[in-house]
Design a protein around this ligand. Structure first.
Ligand code: G6P
Length: 614
């Protein structure tokens, strides 16, 4: 995790770096720091958020500006060493004449540290990053290497993951960036350059970017840049144009990014289907996988990997793909899959789902599946991120930037992408054309159905106010809505810190029922589908034990609504599509509970949006 950003050019670097850090804060926010070069390195670091750092600098400098046209900053999610001022980045060399910011983990840092201590180095922090700074210095001193050569040599001797930027008092016209395992993007402006963990800070100065590949480094000077590998092979940069709009990165009048993103779902779903399906025909065009569709349709098995919310989308995908295509599907946590020597055959298709496209465990799972010869597809949101670049083919969800740490619109877009993929595969395998047509028609109506659900926001807020002080919550659903129960519980845990569990409704009898009493809110997803009657029975079982039931029901529902203390209605759709709708009240419920409890919903404690460490 961690976010890094750097600027070199003719403008004042400090405001650009601070603004960039705020954009990247979703990647970690336990401490932050900047280094600005103006003859000497000026380094400021502070535990807490970027705004704390800003306040600290303002106080320290009595409101004066930090001057310098080259600078960099870091927002941290601690791995090595507790979050405090000393462990915050940037870190410096022994002579303190150059500084480094780092996102990732140097796995052999302890061995290197011991070697460097023997050579007389003293360390101030507990971080792996400081070791890298000293290692670079050692190469410069012992072998009289230039800064870029020393960085290159040092990187050849570290094991682990890094996205780094280095700058030095002796090289006031140079920023060096490199990546392996952690993302790094170069922005190319007019005699100015930026390096950042993602493109969001870069749009402020330019839309021309180069996404660095693993093992590549860039040396940027005000009048140009060089791209090469850490093996010293010069590369021709592949310059891409960013489609990102600045408004997409702002709150747009909403109190929080999470609320904005929940309310954006009619648009994000429309964007995910636009140009891909047509309501008058059974046309489905998924350009990113078109070349491989025959091979996908002949898969012996589909394995879906992902983490967190993306894994939940994968579970929904399993139900949908198996139902429509009859291809067996397995869904795995990427973190488990990568370490358990899984059986993967060349006829298997692996689908990696990830909002960020940078999750370390998902990337590692892809590498493993690739080595066994499977075809790898990605379902990702962030264009140009690592997963789309290492997969054979894929589908972008086009949900737009998701900044709130708790995933909302990415989930519904992932499920939408999976439905389209399942329909496309099913079509190839000769599914009943009428079924495809019906589902496509219903899919096109999903955005307006979501609008109808969002209109119940006030009612959901009311329900939230009644349950905001609960210590536990249970979420129950069956079939397509079992993963939604998991997702609802995850949302609540993530942002309100209330303990919540999601369970298949029928499994309640095998354990969770013991927890039910008059203090336990139980959220049922009881929509009209093939398991409706069974879920109604489960509601009765909870009621009999005095549990307080909140039910997500279909419009015109009677049975479940009579039993539940509170109901939230969603429009009736084919059961296969219900997860996209039923999850929305749960997102809103968690949001309002978290706000009422005074939690920071966009930046919940201990979490980060992009988990680039395993
Ligand atoms: C983190 C985020 C979650 C996300 C998960 C997977 O835990 O906080 O919201 O679902 O990572 O991230 P990905 O970017 O791969 O979907």
């Amino acid at each position: 995790m961690c976010g890094i950003v750097a600027y070199i050019g003719n403008k004042q670097a400090y405001p650009i770096v601070i603004k960039g850090l705020k954009r990247l804060e979703y990647r970690g926010y336990d401490s932050a720091g900047v280094a600005i070069l103006n003859g000497k390195l000026q380094i400021y670091k502070q535990k807490g958020k970027v705004s704390d750092l800003e306040g600290y600098i303002e106080k320290k400098l009595n409101g004066r500006l930090v001057h310098g046209t080259i600078g960099m900053g870091h927002t941290r999610w601690a791995t090595h060493g507790e979050p405090n001022d000393i462990n915050a980045h940037p870190h410096t060399s022994q002579r303190k004449d150059f500084a480094i910011i780092h996102n990732g983990i140097i796995e052999n840092y302890d061995t290197l540290k011991q070697q460097l201590i023997k050579l007389g180095h003293h360390f101030e922090s507990d971080t792996d990053t400081e070791v890298l700074a000293h290692l670079i210095e050692e190469y410069m001193q012992q072998n009289s290497l230039s800064l870029d050569e020393a960085v290159r040599m040092a990187l050849n001797n570290v094991v682990g993951a890094y996205g780094i930027v280095v700058m030095s008092e002796d090289y006031p016209d140079m920023l060096i960036g490199a990546r392996k395992g952690s993302p790094l993007v170069l922005g190319i402006g007019d005699k100015e350059y930026m390096l950042a963990s993602d493109a969001t800070p870069i749009v402020e100065i330019t839309r021309r970017v180069v996404y660095l590949n693993d093992g590549e480094m860039v040396i940027a000077r005000r009048d140009g840049f060089t791209l090469k590998t850490i093996d010293n092979v010069v590369k021709t940069p592949f310059v891409q144009y960013l489609e990102l709009e600045l408004e997409e990165l702002e709150k747009g009048g909403y109190e929080h990014f999470m609320l904005k993103e929940i309310f954006e779902q009619p648009t994000s779903i429309s964007n995910c289907i636009r140009g891909r399906v047509n309501h008058n025909s059974d046309y489905i065009h998924l350009g990113g996988i078109a070349q491989y569709i025959d091979q996908i349709a002949q898969a012996q098995r589909i394995i879906i990997v992902g983490c967190g919310t993306s894994w939940h989308a994968g579970l929904v995908g399993e139900y949908i793909i198996e139902e429509l295509t009859r291809i067996p599907v397995e869904v795995e946590y990427a973190s488990e899959f990568r370490y358990r020597n899984p059986i993967i055959n060349p006829n298997d298709v692996v689908i990696a789902i990830s909002q960020s496209g940078e999750t370390a465990d998902t990337l590692a799972a892809i590498q493993l599946a690739k080595s066994k010869g499977a075809l790898i597809l990605g379902i990702c949101n962030v264009v140009g991120s690592s997963i789309p670049r290492i997969t054979d083919a894929g589908i972008y969800t086009h949900a737009g930037p998701e900044i709130g740490v708790a995933s909302t619109k990415a989930f519904t877009a992932q499920v939408t992408a999976l439905i389209q993929l399942a329909l496309k595969i099913a079509q190839k395998r000769g599914i009943n054309r009428e079924k495809v047509l019906t589902l496509l028609k219903e899919l096109m109506q999903i955005p307006q159905h979501i609008q109808a659900i969002l209109k119940q926001n006030d009612k959901i807020k009311e329900i939230a106010s009644i349950f905001k002080d609960a210590s536990n919550f249970l979420y129950l659903g069956r079939g397509y809505n079992f993963p939604v129960a998991l997702e609802g519980a995850l949302k609540l845990k993530e942002i309100s810190y209330i303990h919540a569990e999601g369970y298949p409704a029928a499994e309640m009898k095998h354990g969770p029922i013991a927890l039910i009493d008059e203090n336990m809110p139980v959220v049922f997803i009881a929509t009209k589908d093939s398991s409706y009657e069974k879920v109604v029975n489960n509601i009765m079982e909870v009621k009999a034990r005095k549990g307080r039931v909140i039910a997500i029901v279909t419009e015109n529902d009677s049975q479940a609504s009579k039993l539940a203390e509170f109901t939230i209605q969603i429009p009736e759709v084919d059961e296969l599509l219900t997860p996209i709708l039923s999850v929305i009240p749960l997102q809103l419920l968690s949001y309002h509970i978290a706000v009422m409890r005074g939690c920071n919903v966009d930046q919940p404690r201990n979490l980060a949006k992009s988990v680039t460490v395993e």
